[in-house]
Design a binder for this molecule. Structure first.
Ligand code: GLU
Length: 377
């Protein structure tokens, strides 16, 4: 095993969608290629939106795609005490401060700034409070949030996909890491967990790019090494807008239910935003693993092309040995009321021949039902 440790960190607020699955696949491929460790962390701190059912659906989706974690699943909500210990360390080190501004004041200030046509940033009102007063007010039971003091300098990292990337700290707000109800926010929980789990490479969607400078501030303030970051391009629909339900199914398991084969789906998702460079499209898990690297990962959005998935699935259907094909098609025939006992007995050979005959014409498993119906009805 190498020292590389990566994680897939889904929030169980929905099914495993194709974007999440693609992120998981890239982490998995990188871990397999480098001999590293693939960790699964369920980010379930948003109690109102998280559910066990969604956690199970995420695990089912990963299992279907043939990816099991080397470690985990771990649950972020179990680590709240450690997240708050890290907050205490930041307060003690002067990297964070208590903010007693009321939500009403903050809202009114924001509205006034926006009405005046300007952008709003927290004006650091509470940064000036001296330590004794802050201590006294907190001790007296006054509610407070905790904010990080963002340094006013460029925050830079060498993104494995985007190359050298820089955000000006002077334009970032002193962001909140503990809400006034005492709960830690995503920003600190994720960094605290990544440190505790020894994560060396954070591979995730582009939508997290703007979180990265804030997280780097936290690593540095906690005196910990900053991991490498790789931000993957967004997945787009054919109209080049962010992929959503409007474009069709986004849940990975919906593709299973529609009769796509897991190896085809894995292959297809692995090439969403990554070009292995040899021109080939149909690549086994082993070939994908050997070829994987961030050089071929694109910076701009990757289009989800359903026609390509169908084509690729057809290739995998073609590869199925006849006994496997019969097993794969059986539930679809049964559901259509076309399965009869003799297909397991005297007519088993005939069915194998029939499916073999139809194999080159069918690109998904349900297609066999339509094609076989005239022969079976
Ligand atoms: N839980 C976050 C999400 O589902 C991912 C956090 C991360 O990768 O840093 O978007």
């Amino acid at each position: 095993m190498s020292a590389i440790r990566v994680r897939f960190a889904p929030s169980p607020t929905g099914f495993l969608h194709v974007g999440g699955a693609r992120t998981a696949i890239f982490n998995w491929l990188y871990a397999r290629r480098t001999g590293g460790t693939f960790v699964l962390r369920i980010e379930d701190t948003d109690e109102a939106r998280s559910s066990d059912e969604m956690t199970r659906a995420i695990l089912d989706g990963m299992r279907w795609l043939g990816m099991s974690p080397d470690e985990g699943p771990f649950f972020q909500s179990s680590e709240r005490a450690r997240h708050l210990d890290d907050v205490d360390a930041l307060l003690d080190g002067g990297h964070a401060y208590r903010c007693f501004c009321s939500p009403e004041t903050l809202r009114a200030d924001r509205a006034a700034a926006e009405a005046a046509g300007g952008g709003y940033r927290y004006p650091r009102t509470c940064l000036e409070l001296d330590a004794d007063e802050s201590e006294r007010r907190a001790g007296g039971g006054e509610p407070f949030a905790v904010r990080v003091r963002v340094p006013e300098r460029p925050i830079v990292w060498d993104d494995a996909v985007h190359g050298p990337t820089s955000f000006d700290g002077a334009t970032l707000e002193d962001f909140v890491i503990v809400r006034s109800d005492g709960t830690p926010t995503y920003m600190i929980s994720v960094v605290s967990d990544d440190i505790a789990m020894g994560i060396t490479d954070v591979i995730r969607g582009d939508d997290h790019l703007s979180n990265t400078p804030k997280q780097i501030v936290l690593y540095e303030a906690l005196g910990k090494p900053v991991p490498r970051f790789a931000h993957l391009p967004l997945i787009l629909g054919p109209d080049k807008k962010r992929l959503s339900k409007r474009h069709g199914a986004v849940s990975v398991l919906a593709y299973r239910d529609d009769g796509y084969l897991p190896d085809a789906m894995f292959n297809f998702l692995a090439l969403l935003g990554w070009n292995p460079g040899d021109g080939g499209e149909k690549l086994s898990r082993r070939e994908l693993t050997v070829a994987f690297g961030f050089d071929g990962v694109g910076k701009s959005g990757a289009v989800f092309d359903l026609a390509k998935l169908e084509w690729l699935n057809g290739q995998y259907v073609d590869d199925l040995a006849t006994p496997d094909l019969v097993e794969a098609v059986r539930p679809y025939l049964a559901e259509a009321g076309l399965w009869t006992e003799d297909l397991d007995g005297p007519r088993a050979g005939w069915l194998r021949s029939l499916l073999g005959l139809l194999q080159p014409r069918c690109r998904t498993l349900p297609a066999f039902v339509d094609q076989a119906r005239p022969f079976l009805d």
